[in-house]
Design a protein around this ligand. Sequence first.
Ligand code: ATP
Length: 236
Amino acid sequence: MLEISGLFARYGGITALRDVSMTIPDGAVVALLGSNGAGKSTLLNSIMGSIEGVTEGSIRLNGEEVRGKKPTDLMHRGVAMAPEGRQIFSDLSIDENLRMGAYLRRDPDGIRSDRDRIFALFPRLEERHNQRAGTLSGGEQQMLAIGRALMSRPQLLLLDEPSLGLAPLFVTQIMRIVSDINAGGIAVVLVEQNARQALRVSTEGYVMERGTIRMSGRACDLSKDPSVTAAYLGGN
Ligand code: ATP
């Protein structure tokens, strides 16, 4: 579905991505691991077209070059992102936030049925559908950010640290939801600090270090690899 090759991204004088290549097959869940500042968010933002400074390389989505296209172009082509820090609209209700996720769509019946599907996935959101998003708990805001991304009916969902700052119970719940979303046929790229949990729900994984891809492979192999376990899985 997505084929990235030889990608470079720069912020002024800082090179944040260096010769990054990655393949995301149809229907896969790909974990993207790495320490702080490794370039994971930059890679997702490069795919989504939401940063400037992507200077070399290619990003092919279903065979079409999309490097340099705008986020709305990517959304039209079936890519959606739930960014780090959630970035929900705090003054709007849950319902209004979900509607914002569907702003490019012109199929009211489809939008309504997707909203129902999202509420089935996140019953907590349905119970609170009129509540102002800024008053939701961290975990609920994360659910809303994912729900809003799903409202554009993506084929590929980019999740940037969905479990950041959440209690362990919520982390497990978010991972289960990633599996449920994927079971519906949506490919997912999952940036996660909880490497063990991320690899458990992923089909493959990439490890980034200082702007480059350090390792890649099947998630089950990475979770047994000594250097991955030492660096990201607490050494066991
Ligand atoms: P984290 O897990 O801490 O979010 P990350 O792997 O997502 O880290 P990025 O946020 O992609 O890493 O950052 C990669 C590098 O690019 C870092 O050195 C960071 O300081 C730098 N960087 C990121 N955003 C900007 C920006 N807007 N301007 C300048 N430098 C930036």
